[in-house]
Design a binder for this molecule. Structure first.
Ligand SMILES: *[C@@H]1O[C@H](CO)[C@@H](O)[C@H](O)[C@H]1NC(C)=O
Ligand SMILES: *[C@@H]1O[C@H](CO)[C@@H](O)[C@H](O)[C@H]1NC(C)=O
Ligand SMILES: *[C@@H]1O[C@H](CO)[C@@H](O)[C@H](O)[C@H]1NC(C)=O
Ligand SMILES: *[C@@H]1O[C@H](CO)[C@@H](O)[C@H](O)[C@H]1NC(C)=O
Ligand SMILES: *[C@@H]1O[C@H](CO)[C@@H](O)[C@H](O)[C@H]1NC(C)=O
Ligand SMILES: *[C@@H]1O[C@H](CO)[C@@H](O)[C@H](O)[C@H]1NC(C)=O
Length: 823
């Protein structure tokens, strides 16, 4: 089977190799590919945030969604976890990822960075960089520039060796150096060095001879002459590049937002994204990339940024598991189809913007005797009637109408014709019910850390964590001892820079705490009793992803740096200051060194007649389970667990923390797509999951599972939780609705691509007044429509029914039709 697979891959590679060279040039309107001006509609898919087995399906869905390019960052810390020790395997097999893009017949955008931000550990920079003498990140200095050039050259050469650049017949049409440097370069404490650095970046990149243009995003000042500057943001229609002769490129159209452990889920509506895209193309934009098109999962411990959840769903058009998110996916696909039908006129045509008063602009493109129009309405509260080409068009508030012939509206960004799908987590369908999972356990061996002996080294100082552990583990032990006369009651006080802390005194856990609400500095105060003689204090500091953004972000400390750590007399307030005691250091946990997650033979897992201890901190748990049947995505529900990490068959599922509850913010209670979308500050809206566990479901990619064999789930529970409630679920389409059908529309409903079918049609109603898919209220039921949809849809994966005049009658005033089905 493996050999056969290899042959198929080789055959595909041979065909691809025959593809002739593509030239990529540009002018002020567009990229010029093989002499033709083109529109590029791209989407970001980060290869390490999914599995190689998922890549072809994700790329195929992107193409079917109307994209012609895939964009990704390059993840330096994943590729070079230790200096000059490289990893290009599995989900870091970057060449394989680009070959999949090529096989799909799409273009690619290679964003090397190698600083990438990306809500990724340390912004993608390997933690070992900071140990190099003289190193200053992202500034003009030999150590940083040498390492950056070495890595950039390595990636470029890998791509060249695989003939991945357009000039070699490959898919890559653009490449990026650095990332959003313009945001911080004025705050780097040395303007000249910052400026020299960004010009060095451009020169170094150009020296690579990749044959395609180099871009820099969010670099609006001090732009090197040999790169194209581009825009990132929720809207880029009012942005223009720094000089003439280069096209207007939008590298990041944020389709949603990332989620942190203390935050609810962000949602950016399909209407608002479509509005932003239509405005961009109305205003001469021609290259646009969705960030993210598929967000995915932060699988390893060095994948996520500070306090970022393991899920990096991002509310993207493809959800964390790779399922189509509707209506976002379909609405944008409809928009892409209209834009593509206008490609020539948009990039070659003459244009004319006409203002119809405040907030209303009509743009007319003309080329070769034909014309195309956009009408935008930027009011966030006012629908507008506008007469154009002899007809009057109602343009709803905060929307753009596109008229490819300047007469008929082919698309309005606020009118969603595509279905809404509500996804559900379905119970497992295998013989061995998850409720019957049998668990065994093993204690984490804390004993070696309960004294201050056997550390790696000592220091009479509380050290910074990242530099001490080189980020080889989330954990760093700080241990000391003191002689005490007689017994005494104290409060142990620790001031730490995060992200979490556990305190032990004489082998006993006395307290724990973690950062909250994004403020990483916090304190621990725990009552403790000392005995006569020698007493041991062991502090375990844990990080939850390293800082990825901001000027000098690499210098932002973690751990108990500088403390203070004190024992404060319970009755008299007298303090024993331990800050400058002799501290013994050791990074990592015993179970990490033993690689318990790999479940090697010989490990002594315990189970007393099937019962295990629960709510016990620092405990490893193990169970075996059968893979859920079918092809739908698998998740494990870890509600009941507290905080830790999970593995399936040795593959990391990432950190889990279902005990962390998302905060309740103002934006939890308001939702209106009209008006500027924001992810921070006042005006945030459409949040969900407020007051709920910020993440209870964890993705188990199908390729981690073995069909017909037992699979192993290993958990490391650090804070104390109950694994017996853990269950496996599959993610499936539950309810499907079409909400704005008008007479003459073909209404399509689909239960997805995994064999699930419509089981019933529940709603076919005119003039629904309230509610949402799954819970509509009001309106007048159309018996004829209900019958027509029931006949056409029940038992089918998908169905299409034309909304005709025959649906009216039976006392109903016809109008907008809403249909809801259960899958
Ligand atoms: C637009 O015109 C239609 C038809 O004349 C009318 O019913 C509607 O009220 C108008 N809407 C606005 C916002 O002016
Ligand atoms: C303060 O309280 C501690 C703890 O009870 C005790 O050991 C210590 O002797 C007291 N110090 C003074 C000055 O009373
Ligand atoms: C706690 O530590 C932080 C970071 O080192 C420091 O800025 C702060 O002043 C300390 N707070 C206290 C109360 O000591
Ligand atoms: C945990 O930290 C928070 C924030 O600094 C503080 O308000 C709280 O009292 C601390 N809890 C414990 C047990 O130390
Ligand atoms: C600990 O050492 C530092 C540096 O030598 C000094 O500034 C500080 O005052 C000392 N703290 C205590 C409590 O002795
Ligand atoms: C083991 O568990 C079974 C079922 O819960 C119970 O009937 C039995 O008494 C238990 N045996 C011991 C030795 O605890």
């Amino acid at each position: 089977m493996a050999a056969l697979l290899l042959l198929v891959v080789l055959a595909a590679a041979a065909t691809a190799g025959a593809v002739s060279a593509t030239t990529v040039a540009y002018n002020d309107r567009a990229l010029v590919i093989d002499g033709e001006r083109r529109i590029i509609i791209s989407g970001s898919i980060h290869y390490p945030r999914s599995t190689p087995e998922m890549w072809p399906g994700l790329i195929k869905k992107a193409k079917e969604g109307g994209l012609n390019a895939i964009d990704t960052y390059v993840f330096w810390n994943g590729h070079e976890p230790r200096q000059r020790q490289y990893n290009f395997e599995e989900n870091y097999d970057i060449v394989r990822f680009f070959k999949e893009i090529q096989n799909a017949g799409m273009y690619a955008i290679l964003r090397i960075g190698p600083y990438i931000c990306g809500e990724w550990n340390y912004g993608g920079l390997p933690a070992w960089l900071r140990d190099i003498p003289g190193m200053q990140f992202r500034m003009h200095n030999e150590p940083f520039e040498r390492e950056m050039e070495t890595f950039t050259t390595l990636i470029v050469n890998k791509m060249k060796d695989a003939s991945m650049f357009a000039g070699q017949g490959g898919p890559i049409i653009l490449s990026q150096i650095e990332n959003e440097y313009g945001n911080i370069m004025g705050k780097m404490n040395n303007n000249q060095s910052a400026s020299e650095y960004i010009h060095w970046c451009a020169d170094m990149a150009n020296k690579q001879n990749v044959g395609v243009p180099w871009i820099m995003c969010q670099q609006d000042d001090d732009v090197p002459h040999n790169v194209i500057n581009t825009c990132n943001g929720f809207y880029c229609h009012d942005w223009f590049p720094n000089r003439t002769g280069i096209p207007k490129i939008w590298t990041e159209n944020w389709t949603g937002w990332f989620k942190a452990w203390d935050k609810p889920d962000f949602h950016r509506s399909a209407e608002d994204i479509a509005f932003a895209v239509a405005m961009f193309f109305q205003k001469r934009g021609s290259v646009q990339n969705y960030y993210m098109y598929h967000g995915g999962t932060n699988f390893g411990r060095t994948s996520g940024g500070p306090y970022i959840t393991t899920s990096y769903d991002y509310d993207a058009p493809l959800d964390e598991y790779g399922n189509i998110r509707q209506p976002k996916y379909g609405h944008l696909k409809d928009l892409h189809n209209v834009l593509k039908s206008m490609e020539k006129i948009l990039v070659y045509g003459e244009y004319n913007d006409t203002s119809y008063g405040k907030n209303i602009t009509v743009t007319k493109y003309t080329f070769g005797g034909s014309s195309a129009c956009f009408i935008n309405n930027q009011f966030d509260d006012r629908d507008v009637n506008l007469t154009l080409g002899g007809a009057t068009h109602l343009v709803p508030a905060w929307s753009v109408s596109i008229l490819p012939d300047c007469k008929t509206v082919a698309f309005n960004t606020a009118k969603i014709k595509t279905q809404t799908s509500v996804m559900v987590k379905k119970p497992n369908t295998v013989e061995k019910e998850p409720e019957a999972l049998e668990w065994s356990w093993m204690p984490e061996n804390l004993k070696p850390f309960m004294t201050d002996e056997h550390g790696n080294f000592r220091k009479t100082q509380l050290l910074e964590q990242i530099s001490t552990s080189t980020d080889q583990s989330d954990y760093l032990w700080y241990r000391t001892s003191l002689e005490h006369k007689g017994e005494g009651s104290y409060t142990l006080y620790v001031n730490t820079t995060g992200h979490e802390i556990y305190a032990f005194v004489n082998g006993k856990l006395v307290g724990q705490n973690h950062s909250a609400n994004g403020a990483f500095v916090f304190q621990l105060e725990s009552p403790v009793n000392l005995h006569a003689g020698k007493n041991y204090i062991s502090l375990l500091s844990g990080t939850v992803g390293l800082k990825n953004y901001g000027p000098l972000f690499e210098l932002m400390p973690a751990g108990i740096v500088g403390g203070p750590v004190k024992l404060i007399g319970a009755n008299n307030g007298t303090a024993i200051d331990l800050t400058n005691s002799s501290w013994s250091y050791k990074a990592g946990l015993a179970g990490e060194y033993r690689q318990i997650h790999l479940d090697k033979p010989g490990y002594k897992w315990r189970s007393h007649n099937g019962s295990i201890p629960v709510n016990r901190p620092f405990t490893w748990y193990k169970t075996t389970f059968d893979a859920p049947a079918g092809e739908e995505a698998v998740v494990v529900d870890l509600l009941g667990l507290n905080k830790g990490a999970a593995w399936v068959n040795g593959n990391s599922l990432g950190r889990y923390w279902p005990s962390y509850t998302a905060s309740d913010m103002d934006g939890c209670h308001i939702c209106d797509y009209r008006g500027k979308f924001k992810a921070e500050g006042d005006g945030v809206r459409c949040l969900t999951g407020c007051g709920e566990p910020s993440q209870r479901y964890y993705h188990v990619p199908r390729s981690f599972l073995r069909a017909g064999q037992p699979n192993t789930l290993v958990l490391f529970e650090e804070a104390g939780g109950d694994p017996t409630r853990a269950v496996f679920r599959t993610v499936a389409v539950g309810t499907v609705c079409v909400a704005a059908a008008e007479e003459g529309d073909d209404v399509t409903l689909s239960c997805g691509q995994h064999g699930r079918v419509v089981s019933s049609v529940d709603v076919a109603t005119f003039g629904v007044t309230r509610g949402h898919c799954g819970a509509y209220e009001g309106g007048c039921e159309s018996k004829a429509a209900l019958e027509a949809f029931t006949a056409a849809c029940v038992g089918k994966e998908s169905c299409t029914v034309r909304y005709t005049g025959a649906f009216a009658g039976a006392g109903c005033e016809s109008g907008v039709l809403t249909v809801q089905t259960t899958c």
